[in-house]
Design a protein around this ligand. Structure first.
Ligand code: PLP
Length: 382
């Protein structure tokens, strides 16, 4: 059968490789504690689960791509409380099936090869879906490295005029997976100005805005002028709802209108019972506060260990991860392999992009008890 050459050229999704390595170690009799992938393992709040069950009807027809008005209203109210912005639920918000599908397909609505708008920029190390979405849309992917000495922000001054003019989408992701860095509002302001000047979309993936430790991070939704700006958020991490698949895109009404035109073809509206559960999830902050407190306790356990062991923490400001420098003279992969032999699965920074070499990522997803066990093991290994 014919297969898309883009698909054939794809390397294995990094986490598939990671899970294969863990399975090999488990087969040899070692219990593996999985700090690899960022999939929360906490139970979803009972109120949200009840709303899902209550949302089940005798007959569930096709969900409309624009989503339930109640859900768009709940998202607008949440954004109002959290970021102090007034979003119009009718024109500035569209619900998505989690963020991943919306991130993947976004290049298809923004890239215009005929007009020379052929480039999708994104930062690395990072979430692999920006690049993959660009490739499947036959766009030119442009990876911008994130360096510690630059606060893990991309160096906008290093981009030349010809590149700016070819840009269709510029992806940013703060709080950042994997570096845990947070972007100041001034960064979004500058990039949004560039987006208007060179006519590209500033696409801000904000999956982790709710997982913070000291100060709530800013959002590109707070920009006074959201022309050419699209913000992606999700209940996956905020409300431990990865399996529900519920998120949204909000921002420039022209972008939202384009999404509303595109999405019915793809059939990517969340099931209505998921949308009803999502109304409850966006409307409640107490479960999010409990989630933050839990991650803060796990984070404190590891920060304390790494300080004692002199292992440098390069990022820990927000998200559910810790970004750590591997000891001098070792590679990311070599160090992660060594930890895996002792039953601790982490993501080598190099799996997440070339600039991730020299680091590893620890996802704080195992239970507190498992984290305590991992600390005991690392106490011996490090
Ligand atoms: C940076 C980033 N963006 C988006 C997502 C997608 O999350 P979801 O599709 O569950 O909303 C993830 C998931 O790990 C992520 O790390």
């Amino acid at each position: 059968m014919p297969i898309s050459p883009v698909l054939e050229r794809q390397s294995t999704y990094p986490f598939v490789r990671l899970n294969e390595a863990a399975a090999r170690v488990e087969a040899s009799g070692v219990t593996v504690l999985d700090f690899g992938m960022g999939d929360p393992r906490e139970s979803t709040d009972p109120l949200i689960r009840e709303a899902l069950v209550d949302g089940l009807r005798d007959r569930m027809g096709y969900p409309a791509a624009v989503g339930l008005p109640e859900l768009r209203q709940a998202i607008a109210s949440w954004a109002g409380h959290r970021f102090g912005v007034a979003l119009d639920p009718a024109t500035e918000i569209v619900p998505t099936l989690g963020s991943k599908e919306a991130i993947f397909s976004f290049a298809q609505i923004a890239v215009d090869l005929e007009r020379g708008k052929d480039t999708v920029a994104y930062t690395e190390p990072g979430y692999p879906v920006y690049e993959r979405g660009a490739l499947f849309a036959h766009a030119r992917p442009l990876a911008l490295p994130l360096y510690e000495q630059h606060g893990f922000l991309p160096d906008l001054d290093a981009i030349d005029a010809a590149t700016w003019s070819r840009l269709a989408v510029f992806w940013v992701n703060y709080p950042n997976n994997p570096t845990c860095a947070v972007a100041p509002i001034g960064f979004y302001e500058r990039l949004a100005e560039l987006a208007r000047e060179h006519d590209f979309v500033l696409a801000s993936d904000e999956a982790y805005t709710e997982l913070w430790f000291e100060e709530p991070p800013a959002s590109a939704l707070q920009l006074d002028d959201r022309t050419n700006v699209a913000v992606f958020n999700t209940l996956s991490k905020r409300s431990s709802m990865t399996g529900y698949r519920s998120g949204f895109v909000a921002g420039d009404p022209d972008i939202v209108a384009a999404l509303k035109a595109f999405r019915p073809t793809v059939g990517t509206a969340p099931q209505e019972f998921v949308q009803r559960a999502s109304v409850v999830a966006w409307g409640d902050e107490s479960h999010v506060e409990r989630t933050r407190a839990l991650y803060a306790r796990k984070r404190a356990l590891f920060l304390d260990l790494f300080e004692r062991k002199d292992l440098r923490v390069a990022g820990s400001e927000a998200t559910m991860y810790l970004w750590l420098a591997v000891p001098a003279g070792q590679t990311s992969e070599g160090f992660a392999e060594r930890l895996l032999e002792h039953g601790i699965l982490v993501a080598p920074g190099s799996y997440l992009g070339a600039a991730g070499e020299g680091y590893f990522r620890l996802a704080l997803v195992p239970s507190e008890e498992e984290c305590a066990r991992a600390v005991e093991i690392l106490e011996e290994v490090l």
